[in-house]
Write a protein that binds this ligand. Structure first.
Ligand code: HEB
Length: 88
């Protein structure tokens, strides 16, 4: 469906890839279904909240907005969708 999530792809590339592309410090890699499955099962609202506000989980620390406080919530949500859609 979201084949053309260009916003999410762009935000991911600029802000999220530094940790998520290689799985730095426990960051779940897009496409890693085993890691993303239970995360996606929490529901999108929880994923959005954790990405926007930050959270500490069993694997490490997700900084609020990936450390880019200038991002809008909509930009962060698009990046979450981009990663989650690759991991279904
Ligand atoms: Fe991150 C996780 C998103 C950036 C690190 N993240 C995560 C998640 C999400 C995200 C959705 C899941 C949550 C849950 O599970 O609930 N990120 C994101 C985004 C971005 C990011 C959208 C861009 C804006 N990160 C980032 C960075 C880093 C990170 C930059 C580094 C520094 N993360 C992370 C980690 C994790 C995450 C480590 C995991 C945690 C646990 O423990 O689980």
């Amino acid at each position: 469906a979201a084949a053309e999530n260009e916003l999410g792809k762009s935000v991911f590339g600029k802000t999220c890839a530094m940790c998520h592309a290689a799985g730095v410090a426990g960051a779940p890699k897009p496409g890693d279904k085993a890691d993303w499955g239970p995360r996606i099962a929490q529901g999108k609202d929880t994923l959005y909240k954790h990405a926007i506000e930050g959270f500490t989980g069993a694997k490490g620390m997700m900084p609020a907005k990936g450390g880019a406080a200038n991002l809008t919530d909509a930009e962060v949500k698009a990046a979450v969708d981009y990663m989650a859609d690759k991991s279904l």
